[in-house]
Design a protein around this ligand. Sequence first.
Ligand code: IPM
Ligand code: MN
Length: 366
Amino acid sequence: MKKKFSIGVIPGDGVGPEVTAEGVRALKTIAEVDGSVDFDFTYYPWGCDYYLKNGIMMDEDGLKKLAVHDAILLGAVGDPRVPDHISLWNLLLKIRKGFDQYINLRPVKLLKGAPCPLTQTDRSQIDMIFVRENSEGEYSGKGRWTGKNTDGEMAVQEDIFTRKGCERVMRYAYMLAREKGKSLTSVTKSNAINYSMVFWDKIFNELKKEFPQVETHSCLVDAAAMYMIKEPERFQVVVTSNLFGDILTDLGAAIAGGMGLAAGANINPEKKYPSMFEPIHGSAPDIAGKNIADPLATIWAVSQMLEHLGLRDWARLLIDIIEEVLYEKQAITPDLGGTAKTSETGERVAEKIRMKFAGGKENALG
Ligand code: IPM
Ligand code: MN
């Protein structure tokens, strides 16, 4: 029987529409060659243009509309004409929080053929997966701003770490490390952040008892930034707070091929709500509309989506295809030193999906 998945697509701003088109192309090609799966797509025109026209980033009942889908593909949010804290809190962060997507899974894996500025490093040593807390912490959105425009003006931003919030993201990371037979590193800053991060460390240590098989490490975030460059092999599965995960995964992108390859999955593990998959490069307004943005990050995010939907073989195959495209260098975009258009990279990926499949599903999926 055919498995049919309903996908909500929010192309969003800047290069978002160009790259999501290629993610959708990959999914459509999979459906075309594999008779056992199908996807239908519902597009939502939300984003900064929508805001400038209607005064809202997404419809009031937007979450209700999205809730019916099996997964969401998001392009990018952000436009110089709209303050970032408005556009992001009313669309991207609203969905992450509204759908309790408390896991942000970000691979930092250097595929063959991807550029890497670390010339002294054995390429195979860059193979990490970040589990970023995605619902609270430094992104609680709580605080106050008092005495505006006086000498006593003050802004207080509250980092909120709950036991439930810490335990659930850490358990997820421990289980992932156990399943993959990898070590787990917790990254904090408990030498200086004396309540929340000490609390985080305490919970991380408590949970060790539940996972005696998992080798664990703790690392301060400043040192982690240094070691990711100098000794990246130290890191396998990494669990960290919302803000630290945000920062370290950009650093991770820099050593694993660049932002054009960096993907992220916002996951609600209980599947009570749909999860959302996105490239993490943002809207890149300077190159928007030129058909030169790299769609591979989005296609990698689509692979994460396939994994989440239970189509593991396709998820793996898509990563192999991304690696081949990088390695053969015929259809790569300018960020990777090539001259291909966004759509040409996407077309090459589609071609490879068809080619792999020409020998039958068993061959393709090995
Ligand atoms: C990301 C982005 C977002 C974040 C911004 C745009 C709010 O940088 O997905 O990494 O900080 O989470
Ligand atoms: Mn970021």
